[in-house]
Design a protein around this ligand. Structure first.
Ligand code: CS2
Length: 500
């Protein structure tokens, strides 16, 4: 007998232990369009919005947009946008069905429908979690104008592929129709994420204005530069990829199938700059921190949580640990993370009221959550896009301040060594990176460590043309020599991290 699936029709049949939307979903009006409906969005922003809807703020429903893959739409459309959020801590699991995603659109299939949602005057906020690489930054940090998708979007403004193309066309159409612009709320792990997206989008708009010959002072560039709000935000919740075992367990609990339940931890945090031009939900009632400047929170999260995550991922993979909790239980890696935090903490502003002692203690607990089984290979993806804000930024600040460090550069060396280990001690596609083709070609040459690191810095644009770039390269190369000679054991020993 096939089991029925999660949908509006089966909601009321779910066991009492599973939380379900307590509001009338048919009365919810759309107010947010979200680009990039991955598991992270569904565990984070969509859950906060679900709280708002339940509290009666019913005009902030979410229209979800997938920019590339069909998976989420295929899973959620037959379920009326419903899915289960499984909040897991060691020994406990709490299930909650989230109802805030009203509909799902697939950009490659129907770009016109996505644009229609974006220009709908009811859409007052556009949120994004499209991952670091989808911002299409060139090695120097500016917009990668040579990227084929950017060229495509400039040539076909009404059939865009990229987030930049969609946002630009929608903002242009709203401007032409006299509809006020939506607020663009970036929720990706980029430094100054709102300001970064603002800069990239104005670069895109300038190219577009030039192409459409509207650079007459009334073009899109001026509109986006002057009229559109881009608050920065810090988002935090650990969301491991869902496994088939998770699907089976959740279906067993609910008594109906859910094609794609989302796994997460109890902790969640969202800090947002309070700069919304067209209104916003009263998120502060549901645990969101609204601030004037999110910078210190973002840096703390990127450098302490994500920086440690990348270190745990690459050193964990090289040490044979498949999950974060197992890697973190390895005394050498645990000690390494403490050393990394000790180097990164002084780079954070002292006067911003950050409590790094409590924060790192909380992180240690979160990384030890055995119920999450957060795979090191998942975090290892896209290192070239992640390391600049997680690791390189701290290292540069240490160099500028004249403080010594050794742990930060070991993360960079471990990334390079883990890339080189693919197809050897690690499966070929264990994790991927947008620079894989060039990286693999380079690593296959088996150059001396110093040359390898220099070439990797060139490829990924690490440290740009910073005066201290060469020092960073040399410090990284020393670790790479150790890793190549005898794996993490020797690299740790060189840091004084003891027998394992
Ligand atoms: C992780 C993040 O995959 C990764 O790179 O470091 O996804 C991390 O789990 C989240 O940022 C936590 O908020």
């Amino acid at each position: 007998m096939t089991r029925s699936h999660l949908s509006n029709a089966t909601l009321q049949r779910l066991p009492a232990a599973a939380g379900i939307p307590t509001y009338d979903r048919s009365r919810v009006a759309p107010g947010i369009v979200h680009l990039g409906v991955g598991a992270f969005h569904r565990a984070h922003q969509a859950a906060y919005v679900d709280d708002c809807l339940a509290a009666g703020e019913t005009d902030w429903g979410i229209i979800g947009v997938s920019l590339r893959s069909t998976d989420t739409r295929d899973a959620l459309a037959p379920q009326d946008g419903l899915y289960t959020l499984a909040v897991r801590s060691s020994g406990e699991e709490e299930l909650r069905v989230i109802g805030s995603i009203q509909s799902m659109l697939l950009a490659p299939e129907d770009p016109a429908a996505v644009l229609a949602a974006l220009i709908d005057p009811r859409t007052r906020i556009v949120t994004l979690t499209i991952t670091e690489k989808a911002y299409l930054r060139a090695a120097g940090g500016g917009l990668d104008a040579a990227h084929p998708d950017i060229a495509h979007d400039l040539a076909n403004p009404r059939m865009p592929k990229t987030a930049h193309g969609f946002l630009a066309e929608a903002l242009a159409q709203r401007q032409a129709a006299g509809t006020p612009p939506f607020t663009v709320l970036c929720c990706d792990n980029l430094p100054a994420n709102g300001a970064t997206l603002h800069r990239l989008l104005t670069e895109f708009a300038a190219l577009r204005d030039a192409k459409l010959a509207t650079a007459d002072g009334t073009g899109l560039f001026d509109h986006i530069a002057g009229q559109v709000a881009f608050p920065s935000s810090m988002v935090d919740r650990i969301v491991p990829a869902t496994t088939d075992a998770d699907r089976a367990r959740v279906a067993g609990e609910l008594g109906v199938d859910d094609a794609w339940p989302v796994m997460t931890e109890p902790f969640r945090q969202w800090v947002i700059e309070d700069n919304f031009s067209a209104g916003r939900p009263a998120w502060e009632k549901f645990g969101v921190t609204m601030v004037g400047d999110v910078g210190p929170f973002e840096d703390m999260k990127l450098r302490l949580l994500n920086g440690a995550h990348s270190g745990i991922a690459y050193l964990g993979l090289l040490s044979g640990h498949a999950t974060v909790d197992r890697a973190f239980a390895d005394p050498a890696i645990r000690q390494f993370v403490d050393g990394l935090w000790a180097e990164a903490i002084p780079t954070l502003p002292e006067d911003a009221g950050l409590d790094t002692t409590t924060y790192t203690a909380e992180l240690a607990e979160r990384f030890s959550n055995t119920a999450l089984a957060h795979r090191t290979a998942q975090i290892a993806n896209d290192g070239s896009q992640k390391l600049p804000q997680r690791i390189i930024a701290s290292a540069i600040e240490c160099l500028e301040a004249g403080t010594e460090f050794v742990h930060l550069t070991l993360v960079v060396a471990a990334w390079i060594a883990a890339c080189a280990a693919r197809g050897k001690t690690l499966p070929e596609t264990h994790f991927t990176d947008p620079l894989d083709a060039a990286l693999t070609a380079l690593l296959n040459q088996q150059l001396p460590a110093n040359e390898t690191v220099t070439a990797v810095f060139d490829l990924a644009g690490f440290a740009g043309d910073h005066a201290e770039r060469q020092t960073l390269i040399e410090l990284t190369a020393v670790h790479l020599v150790h890793l190549q000679r005898d794996g993490p054991t020797l690299a740790f020993a060189a840091l004084g991290i003891g027998d394992r």
